[in-house]
Design a protein around this ligand. Structure first.
Ligand SMILES: O=C(O)C(=O)C[C@]1(C(=O)O)C=C[C@@H](O)C=C1
Length: 360
């Protein structure tokens, strides 16, 4: 699959003067609920009305969606409000039903993207459709798996495609429901700059209070749009109550978000930017130089250890370094998360160097 401008034609043809907005409830619950929310979102910047019809739930016994019946409610949304509609499909039967009911855009969820078998089944069912199909990232931070899922859809003749970044599962508890791993989204954009990339702050945060911040970060990273779960009474929602916002809050979020330009022609801005970037280049060079020197010392320690038959891993020394660096990092305004990640990577490289020496 090669990056082409064609991939974003469906979005460009909409001629929006703002990022694409997809909003609506996590789940379609009743016809009244769906229509009430849709009417509250009508005549706003919302381009697609979303509602989950089939809900992949972690544990059995939770609300699993109203099923095909809800597709009729989405048709009503279109008739009554003129908004386009979108829903998640997770197997070939869902695809068939959604297409029969003329849902305007389909998305594939994170729990489906992880499975090449299910992705192939969905891709086969979608063959040749001209409706846009968006693929959410897999639950684990694996760029190849995400791209592989998109390729399967593309190879079955679906040319209007897009991707949704909904964050990644972690065993550790963090402030996010699914950590964003922004770098992975940036890597995605580097590889396929013309695949529209939509951010899903509802699933990343799991909490409505954090949705604005994550949305702003996404726009600052040149995402093409946002998917925000919206319900007139979030607390009473049948699924994901904590992460939905009211239509009024959504409108406020859309008013407050700043859309920044990718660049500027202003000469003084460009001159200052170039100076600062030159400074960053100098520092980056010295980081790599310093790392090279550190690894040379690690090699020397490795040689000593080899001579005396000593283990590579020295946990107490390592923990001492980590503790000191976290404190020092704090003084320099570096987050503990960053210092830990950086030093874990350095430690791993150092271990690799010594392993090579011990095995030689
Ligand atoms: O101090 C050591 O024994 C080292 O081998 C160096 C080093 C490091 O890179 O800082 C590497 C491995 C050990 O687990 C601890 C520290």
């Amino acid at each position: 699959m090669k990056n082409t401008k064609e991939m974003r034609k469906w979005l460009d043809d909409m001629n929006l003067d703002h990022p694409l907005v997809i909003a609506g409830p996590c789940s379609a619950e009743t016809e009244e609920q769906v229509l009430k929310i849709a009417h509250e979102l009508k005549d706003t910047d919302v381009n697609y009305f979303r509602a989950g019809i089939w809900k992949p739930r972690t544990r059995p016994g939770m609300f699993e969606g109203v099923g095909a019946l809800g597709l009729k409610w989405l048709q009503k949304v279109k008739e009554e409000t003129g908004m386009k509609t979108t829903t998640e499909v997770a197997n070939a039967a869902h695809v068939k039903l959604a297409l029969e009911h003329d849902v305007d855009m389909l998305w594939i969820g994170a729990r489906s993207t992880v499975s090449p078998f299910i992705m192939q089944e969905i891709a086969d069912a979608l063959e040749g459709t001209d409706k846009p199909v968006l693929v959410k990232n897999p639950v684990n931070p694996d760029l190849s798996l995400w791209l592989g899922g998109i390729e399967r859809i593309y190879n079955s003749g679906v040319k209007n495609i897009g991707a949704i970044h909904r964050g990644f599962s972690t065993y550790e508890k963090t402030k996010y429901r699914n950590i964003p791993e922004w770098q992975l989204a940036v890597d995605f954009q580097d590889k396929y700059p013309d695949i529209p990339l939509i951010n899903d702050p509802s699933h990343i945060t799991g909490k409505r209070e954090m949705i604005f911040d994550v949305s702003q970060t996404a726009l600052d990273l040149n995402f093409d749009g946002l998917m925000i779960e919206t319900h007139f009474d979030p607390e009473k929602a049948w699924s994901d109550a904590r992460q939905q916002v009211t239509p009024d809050t959504l409108k406020q979020i859309m008013r407050d978000l700043k859309i920044r330009k990718e660049g500027s022609d202003a000469a003084d801005y460009n001159a200052k930017l170039n100076t600062l970037r030159a400074q960053i280049d100098v520092i980056d060079n010295s980081i790599v130089e310093t790392m090279g020197k550190r690894m040379n010392i690690s090699d020397a320690i490795g040689a000593l250890k080899k001579e005396k038959n000593i283990a590579v891993l020295q946990s107490s020394r390592w923990n001492e370094i980590l503790g000191k660096m976290i404190l020092q990092g704090e003084e320099k305004g570096l987050s503990e998360e960053f210092v830990l990640k950086m030093f874990k990577a350095i430690h791993q490289e150092s271990i690799n160097h010594q392993e090579r020496i011990l095995k030689s």
